[in-house]
Design a protein around this ligand. Structure first.
Ligand SMILES: [Zn+2]
Length: 85
């Protein structure tokens, strides 16, 4: 003999649901884990050093270190072709 957890009615041990209120309780209880809601932490923007800023800017522009000599040579050639007079 067991009792309905919902209404307290007496029920046979093999009862899958309460005949009085209809509550189901025969199914194995699942361990429902409540997802823990984590409040998104607001991260204060960290103060960047000069070089970190430069690195970030380079990442943004996708300029690799090896591009600088090319840019320098290109600028030099342009100045040779079109001298500023
Ligand atoms: Zn019941």
């Amino acid at each position: 003999m067991k009792y309905c957890p919902n209404c307290g009615a007496q029920l046979p041990d093999n009862a899958m649901f309460c005949s009085a209120c209809g509550a189901r309780f025969g199914a194995p209880q699942q361990n429902y884990q409540q997802p823990q809601y984590q409040q998104p932490q607001y991260q204060q923007p960290q103060k960047m050093t000069y070089w970190e800023k430069v690195k970030a800017a380079q990442k943004k522009q996708k300029i690799k270190w090896w591009m600088w000599p090319i840019i320098a040579v290109g600028t030099y050639l342009l100045l040779q072709l079109f001298p500023i007079s």
